[in-house]
Design a protein around this ligand. Structure first.
Ligand SMILES: Nc1nc2c(ncn2[C@@H]2O[C@H](COP(=O)(O)OP(=O)(O)OP(=O)(O)O)[C@@H](O)[C@H]2O)c(=O)[nH]1
Ligand SMILES: [Mg+2]
Length: 170
């Protein structure tokens, strides 16, 4: 089984992406988010553990493993990052590129990183504004990127298959 890590800051669209690889096979770890000032549920969820989905391609099995975006769950990044063949960084187009750099910086120190197939997926193509510095960051890190709305199931499927194909080829 080949393993692909799906990581990125809080609310980048990781869970939506992983779910849409194959909604019937998804296994998640989301909890309802609570507003700590009012103690009311916000109607949104956040991931608190690893979440997985599966893809079969050309006789190979792939596990896509998502990790939580919130910093207080960083310890799970370490556990999930023990071995991987591919890594996908999700980053919302309107958010500070420093949060993307922080996640790349963490995973690039792990042993499997150098040989892994890498992709950046810029999410929220519908956001009103993008920081100019995002393009600078994308140039500097030198990882292939594409823009995708993780709610678009056929685009998600195509992106997952493209990563899987590159892993098979390497
Ligand atoms: N408008 C818009 N909404 C999106 C996009 N991608 C994800 N969302 C929404 O953003 C919210 C957060 O998405 P999640 O998939 O839960 O994000 P996450 O990265 O798993 O978040 P954490 O687990 O808390 O780190 C959900 O309501 C999604 O439907 C996008 O490209 N555009
Ligand atoms: Mg999530």
């Amino acid at each position: 089984m080949k393993k692909v890590i799906v990581c990125g800051r809080y609310n980048a669209g990781k869970t939506t992406f992983i779910k849409n690889i194959d909604p019937e096979k998804f296994a998640g770890t989301e909890v309802d988010e609570i507003d700590l000032s009012s103690f009311l549920e916000r109607g949104t969820t956040t991931t608190v553990g690893v979440e997985v989905n599966f893809l079969s391609l050309d006789g190979y099995e792939f596990m896509f493993m998502g990790v939580p975006g919130q910093e207080r769950f960083d310890f799970i990044w370490e556990i999930a990052g023990g071995n991987f063949d591919g890594i996908v960084f999700l980053h919302p187009s309107h958010e500070d590129p420093k949060s993307l750099e922080r996640v790349i910086n963490f995973f690039s120190k792990l042993q499997p990183y150098e040989k892994a197939v890498k992709r950046i997926l810029i999410t929220f193509p519908d956001a009103a504004q993008n920081p100019r510095s995002l393009l600078t960051t994308l140039k500097n890190v030198n990882i292939p990127f594409e823009v995708i709305d993780p709610r678009d199931r056929s685009r998600v499927r195509a992106a997952a298959e493209s990563i899987a194909k590159e892993i098979i080829a390497t």
